[in-house]
Design a binder for this molecule. Structure first.
Ligand SMILES: Nc1ncnc2c1ncn2[C@@H]1O[C@H](COP(=O)(O)OP(=O)(O)OP(=O)(O)O)[C@@H](O)[C@H]1O
Ligand SMILES: [Mg+2]
Length: 342
């Protein structure tokens, strides 16, 4: 019994991402890593009914549900777009992470830089409604930089670029705060959308979000690959409406992704321009650290290095930097006090 209580009574750190949610339990490590997707039944009245699936299982259903069930991604551009569904998703995740629906943990949640008050309140309220006893918010870029092992609390400039699903968060951090920062609504989802549009325009094929993401992972690149990769893309012919496949290469994906990649480059330029000279010097020396799933796009570090003239590297374990940083804050109250949002 005591052991059971010991296992349950853990506070949590959560990276509530547009694409993926990760949960760290105090003293235990990362206990949950799932896509931020929920499948719910639609009632006869047209309202949401029971939750059918969450996480990976629900992601498999995206774009494939029969009438009466919808698979949804309740976060968009890094913020909660569907309050009720976010709450259901968090409730399911918190229950899995704590192993109980009785224990009400204290939770740290990471939120994008510059979130409006009303959006912060939405995160607070969903987490509480989902079973959290107390909710503490910390800025995502700080968590990411902490998780990437950067000296965020010291009087030196560290630059982190977190390319997630919904947003790219770009920040220069010193003494536990963002000195200059931007949150762009251009990241993995925008890349998927760019792939959907390209395939539709160039190949006359309609494809869904999941197919576009799979193409991006297989062939996506920001600069030409040493060897061009290719595959067949399956979709629905835009004219006839009949399923058809067509060949596609990494060069097609590179062209498709030029726009979102350029938007990220432009955002980095603007943040660098707004960085005071002393800190800019630190960044020049230490370089730019990338994290988030989008950091894994082939050739991206090279393109960013070429366009900024700075060294660029990918953090270790880039998809987990934010949750790892939040975990550090959870385990170290003095760090949490320095970075938590009021
Ligand atoms: N190898 C890869 N190449 C390109 N993109 C990738 C790769 N692996 C993952 N991604 C993309 O990374 C994104 C997910 O990253 P991540 O989990 O960091 O986002 P998130 O934290 O949920 O989103 P946000 O921080 O915007 O709320 C997805 O869009 C996914 O397609
Ligand atoms: Mg993220």
């Amino acid at each position: 019994m005591e052991q059971a209580l010991g296992r349950l009574a853990r506070d949590l750190a959560i990276d509530l991402g547009t694409a993926n949610t990760l949960v760290y339990a105090q003293g235990r490590g990362i206990v949950l890593e799932e896509p931020s997707v929920v499948a719910v039944r639609i009632t006869e009245a047209g309202t949401y009914g029971d939750v059918v699936a969450v996480g990976e299982e629900a992601k498999q259903m995206l774009g494939r549900t029969p009438g009466g069930i919808v698979a949804l991604r309740p976060l968009k551009d890094g913020v909660i777009s569907d309050f009720q569904v976010t709450e259901e998703m968090l409730r399911a995740f918190l229950r899995r992470a704590t192993g109980s629906s009785m224990f009400k943990p204290r939770v740290i949640v990471c939120v994008p830089f510059g979130l409006a008050e009303v959006e912060k309140r939405a995160v607070h309220e969903s987490a509480r409604a989902a079973g959290a006893r107390e909710v503490v918010l910390i800025p995502e870029p700080l968590a990411a930089a902490l998780g990437a092992g950067l000296p965020v609390l010291e009087p030196t400039g560290s630059m982190i670029v977190d390319i997630g699903g919904g947003t790219t968060e770009i920040a220069v951090i010193s003494l536990g705060g963002s000195v200059s920062a931007q949150s762009l609504p251009v990241a993995g989802d925008a890349m998927n959308k760019a792939a959907v549009d390209y395939v539709s325009e160039k190949l006359g094929l309609q494809i869904g979000e999941r197919t576009a993401e799979a193409l991006k992972l297989e062939l996506g690149c920001a600069s030409p690959l040493p060897q061009v990769l290719g595959t067949q893309v399956k979709g629905r012919d835009a004219q006839t409406g009949i399923p058809r496949q067509a060949p596609i290469t990494s060069e097609d994906l590179r062209r498709a992704l030029i726009q979102p990649v350029n938007a990220i480059i432009e955002g980095i330029r603007q943040v660098l321009e707004a960085t005071p000279p002393e800190l800019a010097g630190d960044v020049l020396q230490r370089g730019i650290v990338l994290c988030g799933g989008g950091a894994l796009l082939r050739g991206l570090t090279q393109v960013l290095a070429d366009s900024t003239g700075l060294p660029v590297m990918i953090a270790d374990d880039p998809l987990r930097c934010v949750v790892n940083g939040a975990a550090t804050a959870l385990e170290n109250p003095q760090i949490l006090d320095r970075i938590r949002l009021p």
